[in-house]
Design a protein around this ligand. Structure first.
Ligand code: VNL
Length: 391
């Protein structure tokens, strides 16, 4: 009898010893797949640095679980993104996927997320249709319709009558062209020509000549992050500003990461976007400070905030599910989440799983000897217009 009790107590102690450390070490693995090399490496560098900054600021545990971030390079090639996503889910037992540096890369993950029921948090890509490709996709960047519509409103209200649009010829560019044009023309403006440039290795010169010949009041531009400096140089070389053509764009063109290198020709450019390094809030001040300290003074751009907020979203969802990362429950938890981002207040639209956020109109100005996107007007709590229209 006594011996049995002792044995029972001993095995209870052993059982506790066996489970406690294991429970304390339970891990949630997050697979972040990004273009860390190739022409869009700046996006991978910024997104991964933003995600890591979140973990440095908020710690690496949530809801009693240890968070492990696995970063993989897809070099911007969609077939690789899909292969890496599969490999991470099957061999590494990753419970949440994140990344999607460009639209084709985000789209490549959609079937993997659906099949494996693994959530995918899109940090960067901006084509509206992406969140429709899988019930398991949510997004912390935003959509090109969201960034472009306010630029159309602003242009119509600020004496611009005739515009030529110039966009990269793929998903986000076509979305930008459509929503700038729709808004601008509905308010009385005229879009006289729609120019589309190739995504890969663009030479803007012949396209800028077409813009110049059309003699518009302004050219509205979307180009993916990282391409803006080359464009700005050719815009200046071709003398479009001297010809009286104003540059208006989505903030992807005056990306904070490379804005300083663009120099004087960038001054006065008007853009719409969700994040500027110069955004004035205590949350952003803390973010910029932590980011620059951890990254040798590198300036955080909007891509980094997509990365930071992907972790903010994952942490908040896991808190809600008490650490359970299984797909369907996680996706339910994501719907309606809200938090204060370095960009301002954000929430996840429970109907579309896309992000609801402020879009700011900004002007490139010199502040303390550096170029910045300086916000001057806010379009508050915008939903993705493409999905709002479809309803
Ligand atoms: C996309 C959209 C890519 C906006 C971007 O930079 C960007 C995309 C790489 O959807 O492919 O700034």
């Amino acid at each position: 009898m006594m011996r049995g009790m002792l044995l029972g107590a001993a095995s209870l102690v052993m059982a506790l010893a066996g489970t406690l450390p294991a429970a304390a070490q339970e891990v949630v693995k997050i697979g972040l797949i990004l273009p860390m090399t190739g022409p869009f490496a700046s996006t991978g560098r910024q997104v991964s640095a933003g995600a890591k900054t979140f973990m440095e600021m908020k710690g690496d545990t949530v809801a009693g679980k240890k968070v492990e971030l696995i970063i993989r390079d897809d070099a911007g090639v969609a077939d690789q993104t899909r292969r890496i996503a599969q490999e991470l889910v099957v061999n590494e037992s990753v419970q949440v996927l994140a990344g999607g540096g460009l639209t084709p890369l985000a789209m490549a993950v959609a079937p993997v997320a659906t099949q494996a029921k693994v959530p995918m948090v899109v940090t960067s890509a901006g084509t509206a249709a992406i969140t429709k490709a899988s019930e398991f996709i949510t997004r912390t960047s935003g959509t090109l319709p969201q960034y472009s519509l306010p630029v159309g409103t602003w242009a119509a209200q600020n004496g611009i009558k005739k515009v030529v649009t110039l966009v990269s010829d793929y998903g986000p560019g076509l979305d930008a062209e459509k929503w700038f044009t729709k808004e601008f023309t509905s308010k009385g403006g005229e879009v006289s020509e729609a120019v589309r440039v190739p995504l890969q290795n663009p030479d803007f010169a012949p396209f800028l000549q077409r813009v110049r010949d059309a003699k518009p009041d302004a050219v509205f531009v979307f180009l993916p992050s990282g391409v803006g400096s080359l464009f700005m140089k050719q815009f200046a070389d071709r003398g479009l500003a001297e010809a009286g053509i104003k540059l208006i764009a989505t903030g992807d063109v005056t990306d904070d990461d490379i804005l300083n290198s663009m120099g004087k020709p960038a001054l006065g450019t008007i853009t719409g976007h969700f994040y500027a390094t110069a955004h004035d809030s205590p949350e952003n001040k803390a973010y910029v400070e932590a980011f620059e300290k951890a990254n040798n003074g590198m300036r955080p751009n909007f891509m980094s905030v997509g990365g930071y907020d992907s972790m903010a979203l994952i942490y908040a969802a896991l808190e809600k599910t008490k650490g359970d990362a299984s797909g369907p429950g996680f996706m339910e938890a994501v719907k309606g989440l809200s938090w204060t981002s370095p960009r301002g207040p954000v929430s996840i639209d429970p109907e579309t799983r896309d992000i609801i956020q402020n879009i700011y109109m900004r002007e490139v100005k010199e502040v303390d000897g550096e170029l910045h996107n300086v916000e001057f007007e806010t379009f508050a709590a915008l939903k993705d217009p493409e999905k709002a229209e479809a309803k």
